[in-house]
Design a protein around this ligand. Structure first.
Ligand code: ADP
Length: 461
């Protein structure tokens, strides 16, 4: 069903303006036409009454001497003087017709005068009836009745209606044009604001304020939005600074705890002490990974993540990484699918970090499954590396979000530990290499891809 509520602001503005001008112009033209017609009628009445008075004066002696011939002659003159008079009559004071005149063959219109309720003037349809007394020394001796056909009135009405319709159409046309010209100042600015809000929600980039120099409500809204973004930016900055400082401060004591634990591990050979030391080492490793990630995030935020670009063979890197994973992972089998010979110009350590992250995620998020496939193939001017798992998969509407900072998928991630930083760092690293990273849903599990420009096309950073 059509709902005014659902129409865009742009549409609403145009409709409102057109309806308002239509209403105002209709009232204006209506009043104008009515006044004009009233004036015309009044003029006609005055003229006809004037004529009736002249006829009355001229007919006094004819009435007094009962000379109907002269009276008829006087009325006969009307044909020349006033052809619009269709019927005229001179009545005696009792109301009997003494003389009459018809401009053309027609039924007597005398009944028109008969319906006049005492008044001098009456309008019936296109006809004006005037009944004027003939007085001699204030004594009533008869009446002059005139019937005028107002043929002009119809044509006047018609031409006024035509003019009004044309002017109405032209005015509505103009008001549509004006509305279309004005509405960008309102709807365009609102749309700009809405689009920026959507963009911010999607990208998390709060650095781009909405520029609106007006001083109306939309500008106030834009300013409020900008100051909100400013506040978020400042909070983000404080948070980043805190993360940077905290992870830096945590790193030093953690390194010494790690050292002592390694020493204890070498010295201790009794159960269960040895087991406790190993558990502690595992947890310290976990903490160390988190701190490394936090430090990377802090570097990314402050634009200090540096790349050490060297030419190397990605295939070899994949083999090494898969092999070292396989040494410590017994739950999954990592299968390398094919071989490429091309080299890339990239930061080997950082690309390894990306690979490690994707492989640990593939293992972490496919509990109870055993197979993980890794492949690398050339596609035009780039290499595409793929890590495929058969795990819990990622809902399509969350695929873009998982590359955001601290984002974890809603359903399963609560059961599996993590901080939502790995993929954020991976994306930044790959973007800095002018590559791309993305995920695709599979029947079971997911495939993560990242691309790197080949040596010949790589841009030195
Ligand atoms: P973390 O794994 O520490 O939470 P990541 O940034 O590596 O952080 O991953 C972000 C989120 O993406 C994870 O919390 C998880 O919900 C989802 N995810 C990543 N890799 C996979 C995968 N292979 N299968 C299913 N979900 C994944």
């Amino acid at each position: 069903m059509f709902k005014f509520f659902d129409i865009s602001i742009k549409g609403k503005l145009v409709i409102m303006q057109v309806f308002t001008s239509l209403l105002v112009l209709s009232i204006f033209f209506g009043v104008y036409i009515l006044t004009d017609i009233k004036d015309y009628k009044q003029r006609k009445v005055n003229n006809v009454i004037g004529l009736a008075q002249v006829i009355g004066t001229n007919s006094v002696s004819a009435i007094q001497f009962q000379d109907d011939k002269t009276a008829n002659e006087i009325l006969g003159e009307l044909k020349k003087v006033s052809p619009e008079i269709v019927y005229a009559a001179i009545l005696d004071k009792e109301g009997n017709v003494f003389a009459n005149y018809k401009s053309r063959a027609m039924d007597s219109s005398f009944k028109g005068f008969g319906t006049m309720k005492g008044g001098k003037v009456d309008f019936t349809g296109k006809h004006l009836f005037v009944k004027n007394e003939i007085l001699v020394d204030r004594e009533l001796i008869g009446y002059v009745c005139l019937e005028v056909e107002l043929t002009e009135l119809e044509s006047i009405k018609q031409s006024k209606y035509n003019i009004a319709t044309v002017l109405l159409l032209v005015s509505v046309g103009f008001s549509v044009l004006i509305a279309i010209a004005i509405q960008p100042y309102i709807s365009k600015r609102l749309l700009l604001l809405v689009n920026r809000m959507k963009e911010v929600g999607k990208t998390g980039d709060y650095s781009n304020p909405v520029i609106d120099n007006g001083s109306d409500e939309i500008s106030t809204l834009s300013k409020a939005f900008n100051s909100l973004m400013q506040q978020i930016r400042e909070n983000e900055k404080k948070k980043d600074e805190f993360i940077g400082i905290a992870s830096h401060e945590l790193k030093t004591p953690l390194t010494s705890i790690k050292g002592y634990l390694e020493l204890l591990d070498q010295l201790e050979d009794k159960h269960p002490n040895k087991l406790f030391v190993q558990k502690s080492r595992e947890n310290v490793d976990k903490l160390e990974r988190l701190i490394k990630d936090l430090l990377d995030v802090s570097k990314i935020q402050s634009g200090q993540l540096q790349l050490n670009m060297k030419e190397f063979n990605v295939d070899e890197l994949i083999d090494e990484t898969v092999a070292s994973f396989q040494m410590v992972v017994s739950t999954h089998q990592l299968i390398k699918e094919n071989r490429v010979t091309e080299t890339v110009l990239a930061d080997r350590q950082r690309i390894e970090q990306v690979l490690v992250n994707l492989l640990s995620n593939a293992i972490k998020y496919s509990p109870g499954e055993s197979k993980i496939l890794v492949s690398c193939k050339k596609n035009g001017t780039e290499l595409i590396i793929k890590v495929r798992d058969y795990g819990i998969g990622i809902p399509v509407d969350e695929q873009e979000n998982i590359f955001k900072r601290f984002y974890r998928t809603k359903d399963m991630s609560v059961h599996i530990s993590g901080f939502g930083l790995g993929l954020y760092i991976c994306r930044d690293i790959i973007n800095r290499h002018k590559g791309k990273i993305w995920v695709e849903k599979e029947d079971k599990g997911s495939s993560f891809y990242f691309s790197l420009p080949l040596r010949s096309t790589a841009v030195e950073v």
